[in-house]
Write a protein that binds this ligand. Structure first.
Ligand SMILES: [Zn+2]
Length: 236
């Protein structure tokens, strides 16, 4: 690994900005992708942040693989048949299992009133989800601007309900920014910033072709509802 250390000589970690970077961290964890990891997004990271972030990786993957939004994606299906099942059987994702166990059956109804059937719905651990997407947002900002998200900024994430994904996506497409694609459409994303503050940003991230999260970064004193960059979304 001496080569990597040399590569990052003098570069600070993209996440903490304090410790020297010693490794290239995958902003979107490798475990989401199966065989094809084309066009990955990596940022320089210190060992401690890399380790802290990787503690979230299993939770993110298992949360996405249990989401109906991505259930048609071939790579999601392969992972469900393989690693994910083994991980559940091995008890590695106990935190997620506990959260799923506390779910309930709910009718899935579109905004237009179309009944889609029953689904087991559950509430992911908010602290974990915020933690994961805070790392991801910081990685994306660093990659975009070559600068860290300032210390007084927060990242927030919401799962966009399936009935609203088209509307949100179109809003971001209207900005003229090109979406990025990682792997075989495992992650498709698009970002936009406030014209007068590039660190006030919004990112639409679609996992496995159907599970959409909206991630926003804002100065921590601002309420998310009043921020122009963020289309208002209600948590499902
Ligand atoms: Zn760090």
């Amino acid at each position: 690994m001496a080569k990597q250390k040399y590569r990052f000589r003098g570069v600070k970690c993209a996440y903490c900005g304090v410790r020297p970077a010693t490794t290239a961290d995958h902003v979107f964890p490798r475990s989401l992708f199966g065989q094809n990891l084309s066009n990955p997004i990596t940022v320089p990271s210190c060992g401690q942040c890399n380790k802290a972030k990787s503690a979230f990786d299993d939770y993110l993957r298992d949360m996405l693989l249990t989401d109906i939004g991505g259930s048609e994606h071939p790579i999601a299906q392969t992972l469900v048949d393989g690693k994910f099942t083994r991980s559940l059987q091995g008890g590695h994702s106990r935190a997620l299992l506990n959260d799923v166990a506390e779910g309930e059956w709910q009718d899935l109804i579109t905004h237009g009133g179309i009944y889609l059937g029953d689904a087991w719905t559950w509430t992911p651990d908010v602290a974990k989800v915020e933690g994961i997407f805070s790392f991801i947002a910081r990685g994306l900002i660093y990659k975009e601007y070559g600068e860290r998200l300032p210390e007084n900024y927060n990242a927030q994430a919401v799962r966009v309900p399936p009935t609203m994904t088209r509307e949100i996506w179109d809003k971001f497409k209207e900005t003229g920014v090109r979406p990025f694609v990682i792997g075989d459409n495992v992650v498709v994303g698009i970002g936009a910033s406030c014209p007068n503050d590039r660190f006030s940003s919004g990112w639409v991230l679609v996992f496995y072709g159907g599970t959409m999260f909206l991630v926003t970064t804002n100065p921590s004193q601002l309420d998310i509802e009043t921020t122009p960059a963020a289309p208002s979304v209600n948590h499902p």
